[in-house]
Design a binder for this molecule. Structure first.
Ligand code: FAD
Length: 384
């Protein structure tokens, strides 16, 4: 077992780090304040091949792999959690799911565009009354000749108001429960009966668009089904096994930013005639932050490396462990950073309050921390 990155990955990490410092860091505070999503940043990330890591060359990617993808994601999220999200909206979510379940035609139509970000993606599972309990969703898709007619609404959808294509999950057979969900590839802007509305009340992640999607008699051809009718739940869970790894990498990036900001501040701030970094209680907090974020990173790297060995094998347990631990680590780190910054942590003039707000998202998105603990327990308890 070798925990060092290869020279290629170190070079990619350096590229991502320099990109984030140059293109994102100078604007992030102002953009977060103004809830500004900059398409030009997305285009530049695509140009550098960031979204191509998890997609093979034959479909427009660079095939550098999952470990490459999480290494880049951590570097971007360290500077902005908002800008860590597009990895999941482009290729880690829609892209890898189309790659696995799509027809050749669907792959050709969508994958190159998702990689180069000329096509913006999203995935729509959550509804006003259906979050963790995915099977309870109300959105329906009724067969009508060689089309399906979608009715219902989705909420808390990242990219809802900007996405060109969405993986939309809907009920095609209520009686069949888990086997009654179907995943549709919906060209959101071109489909009559699809509208969106921005959610402007988010606590953080202000550079990442989030919104609602409404479907009113939205007709899509049967050829837009991803996989087979009734495969939706299986496809959704397989997709979440991918997006959770990237989400965990984002959380590590935020936890690392908390540590780095807190370390800098503790070495600078003096009280009682000493730098506060010299006080044992501050040192204990910083030591804890350091160990937790490094441990979280290794869980993420393990889950990503497993996917590199066999991208089709499900590694749900290791993915949920990484997602759960990294999310809790980010929140712990943000909490500790706030404490170390004292009143300046409470000020919008310092980055810690943003890290604190953004960190909370990791305990909710892609399945809450409780849901990850349920998955982990189900896998390790042998309760059958
Ligand atoms: C910024 C942001 C971006 C998002 N992006 C997307 C997106 O792109 N696409 C999408 O589909 N969704 C998205 N979501 C929605 C997100 O996936 C859901 O919020 C999440 O799955 C939880 O659902 P919920 O909020 O309805 O909570 P609920 O499911 O109502 O849960 C409420 C609480 O009850 C707990 N709980 C629920 N069931 C159990 C149980 N069985 N045992 C123990 N505790 C339980 C939960 O852990 C939670 O603490 C996003 C959310 C946010 C905040």
């Amino acid at each position: 077992m070798d925990f060092r990155l290869s020279d290629d990955l170190l070079a990619l990490q350096d590229t991502a780090r320099r990109f984030a410092a140059r293109e994102i860091a100078p604007h992030v505070a102002e953009d977060e304040k103004n809830h500004r999503f900059r398409p030009e940043i997305l285009a530049k990330m695509a140009e550098l091949g960031f979204f191509g890591c998890v997609i093979p060359e034959e479909h427009g990617g660079n095939g550098m792999g999952w470990l490459a993808s999480v290494v880049v994601t951590e570097e971007i999220a360290r500077v902005s959690a908002s800008w860590g999200l597009p990895f999941n909206m482009q290729t880690v979510g829609p892209g890898t799911t189309i790659l696995r379940y799509g027809t050749e035609e669907q792959k050709k139509k969508y994958l190159p565009g998702l990689v180069d970000a000329k096509v913006l993606g999203c995935f729509a599972i959550t509804e006003p009354n259906s979050g963790s309990d995915v099977v309870s969703m109300k959105t329906t898709a009724k067969k009508d000749g060689d089309h399906f007619v979608i009715n219902g609404s989705k909420t808390w959808i990242s990219n809802a108001q900007v996405a060109d294509v969405g993986l939309v999950y809907a009920v095609t057979d209520r009686e069949a429960k888990h086997r009654g969900l179907t995943c549709f590839l919906v060209p959101l802007k071109e489909t009559k009966g699809v509208t969106s509305r921005a959610i402007e009340t988010k606590l953080g992640l202000h550079c990442s668009p989030t919104g609602e999607l409404f479907f009113e008699d939205a007709r899509v051809p049967a050829s837009s089904i991803l996989g087979k009718e009734g495969d939706g739940f299986k496809i959704c869970m397989s997709m979440l096994d991918n997006t959770r790894v990237s989400c965990a990498a984002r959380a590590v990036g935020v936890a690392r930013a908390c540590f780095e900001e807190a370390k800098k501040y503790a070495l600078d701030r003096t009280q009682f005639g000493k730098r506060i970094a010299e006080f044992q209680m501050i040192q204990a907090d910083l030591a804890h932050m350091y160990v937790e974020h490094e441990a979280a990173r290794f869980l993420v790297w393990r889950a990503a490396s497993q996917k590199d060995k066999d991208p089709r094998a499900r590694n749900t347990l290791e993915v949920s462990m990484a997602k759960y631990y990294a999310a809790e680590t980010a929140v712990n780190a943000a909490n500790a950073a706030m404490k170390i910054f004292g009143s300046y942590g409470y000020s919008t003039e310092y980055p810690v309050e943003r890290l604190y707000r953004d960190a909370k998202s990791f305990q909710i998105v892609e399945g809450t921390s409780n849901i990850q603990k349920m998955i982990i327990a189900t896998n390790v308890l042998d309760l059958k």
